[in-house]
Write a protein that binds this ligand. Structure first.
Ligand code: NAD
Length: 488
């Protein structure tokens, strides 16, 4: 340890009161699943945290039936103001238990505690507070007077922001008057199960939210259940495609939040110091396991060398290691299979002729780790410039004119996010106007707010989450449902 090294500062896990086994949360209570239980592990140590039940088709059926009953008998009968009270209560309980939730999230997912503590969990509370405020104002959601809820929402979420994706899904669904069956990802079920305890604490009526655990098969049973009215999915484009196919021709309303290959465009007049921090945040936040990550850096040729040199110097200062240590910048990769994908695509990058550079850091001997990595000399045809790596790997490409930057940024099957770094407001607006991406940041990156809609173009999916737009996914205009005797 040198004079300037940080001493270890691990967050204590004493605040956790975890069970050795968790059941499915159906109709307000925990019960064992019929499927084969599985373990959830810490990706930083590979040690088991708890045993998790698996829902089979019958369990999925029970969960959907509980949600249907709660919808018909309770939730759709409550006023918007009363639904809002429950959501406010949930938001406050999340805040009260925020430290515990942050520790559980970092333990189960591998993300640094400073991210779960300062970003994920505060945003979870913010999402519930925001949509609590909408519950009695649905007439102003832009869907005409008296819009109707849809019924039972089936929601399947990924492992990269486990509790935050739950909040993005559950908060608008409940505000709009729907009931929910949600399935968290199999590698990160823990905070969804703690959230189920919060729902019990909040006295949410039984069956309004049901949380079922399991892997892809459970997810498939849920989205294909004939009695769900709405499907919301966040995850890979491959699974999103399958769901689009299987729900086509049904009356189910569908929103998909899928992958991305975001372009972060740095012009020669950009504030370089600020841009370096933005690039780091864009691709190394949450180990790059972010659908809207700025995984392609498009840098104007005249500043390429300066940007890359400064970036390497900055990456050399990042601390990688124990996710629960308050000094950690880069935590563990979520699973062995995700790590395998990063290694495979990075090796392909090298084989295809790009230059690979990784920060010189010591990786822990147990768990799943990948060093912050930059590829230079990348061309648009390289796999690392096209495929979503979903890891701490940045592909650097160059451009000479704004037109070339726009063409390269749009040269992707995805269209989720982009960033523009320039001193000129007029250039930022002109370029933003031509980018095919759902979210575009200017002189910043990875900024989220519950009032701001988020979603993609092309293979990044369809529909928007967040803001007033996020409510539209869970509501139907009254004129459309009235004829069918639609539900309020
Ligand atoms: P995935 O799509 O397989 O899993 C996401 C969720 O869908 C999980 O809860 C999973 O159990 C469930 N699921 C899997 N198969 C299903 C099916 N047939 N029907 C219904 N639900 C199903 O994603 P993954 O394998 O965990 O990750 C693979 C890749 O997906 C990543 O490398 C990354 O590129 C992408 N990804 C994107 C996001 C995002 O936020 N957009 C999040 C996670 C992963």
């Amino acid at each position: 340890m040198t004079f300037l090294d940080y001493a270890p500062a691990p967050e204590s896990t004493a605040i956790l009161n975890l069970k050795s086994e968790y059941g499915l949360f159906i109709n307000g209570e925990f019960r064992p699943g019929n499927g084969e239980s599985f373990k959830t592990i810490s990706p930083a140590t590979e040690k088991q945290i708890s045993t998790i039940s698996c829902a089979d088709e019958k369990d999925v059926d029970s969960a959907v039936a509980a949600a249907r009953k709660a919808y018909e008998r309770t939730w759709s009968k409550l006023s918007g103001a009363d639904r809002g009270k429950y959501l406010f209560r949930i938001a406050r309980l999340v805040q009260e238990r925020s430290r515990e939730l942050a520790v559980a999230e970092s333990l189960d997912n591998g993300k640094p505690i400073k991210e779960s503590r300062d970003v994920d969990i505060p945003m979870v509370a913010a999402w519930f507070f925001y949509y609590a405020g909408w519950a009695d104002k649905l007439d102003y959601a832009g869907l005409g007077p008296d819009p109707r809820s849809l019924g039972v929402a089936a929601q399947v979420i990924p492992w990269n922001f486990p509790l935050l994706m739950l909040a993005w899904k559950i908060a608008p669904a409940l505000a709009a008057g729907n009931t929910v069956v949600l399935k968290p990802a199999e590698t990160t079920p823990l905070t969804a199960l703690l959230f189920a305890e919060i729902l019990q604490q909040a006295d949410l009526p039984d069956g309004v939210v049901n949380i079922i655990t399991g892997a892809g098969e459970t997810g498939s049973d849920l989205v294909n259940h004939p009695d769900v009215n709405k499907v919301a999915f966040t995850g890979s484009t491959a699974v999103g495609r399958q769901i689009a196919r299987s729900t086509a021709g049904t009356a189910k309303k569908l929103t998909l939040e899928l992958g991305g290959k975001g372009a972060n465009i740095v012009f020669d007049d950009a504030p370089i110091d600020q841009a370096i921090e933005g690039i780091v945040n864009g691709i190394f936040f949450n180990q790059g396991q972010v659908c809207c990550a700025g995984s392609r850096l498009l840098v104007q040729e005249s500043v390429h060398d300066e940007v890359v040199d400064r970036l390497k110097a900055r990456l050399s200062t990042l601390r990688i290691g124990d996710p629960l240590d308050k000094n950690t910048d880069i935590g563990a990769i979520n699973s062995a299979s995700q790590l395998g994908r990063m290694r495979e695509l990075s090796d392909i990058g090298e084989q295809e002729g790009a230059d690979r550079w990784s920060a010189d850091c010591v990786l822990p001997s147990e768990g799943f780790w990948f060093p912050p990595t930059i590829f230079t000399n990348v061309s648009t045809s390289h796999r690392i410039a096209r495929d979503e790596i979903f890891g701490p790997v940045l592909s650097v490409l160059t451009f000479r004119t704004p037109a070339e930057a726009i063409a390269k940024a749009n040269n992707t099957p995805y269209g989720l996010s982009a960033g523009i770094w320039s001193d000129k407001g007029s250039r930022v607006l002109a370029v933003a106007d031509k980018l095919r991406a759902g979210v575009i940041w200017a002189n910043t990156f990875n900024k989220f707010d519950p009032a701001s809609p988020f979603g993609g173009y092309k293979e990044s999916g369809y529909g928007r989450e967040g803001g007033r737009h996020g409510l539209a996914a869970y509501l139907a205009p009254a004129y459309r449902t009235a004829a069918k005797g639609g539900r309020k």
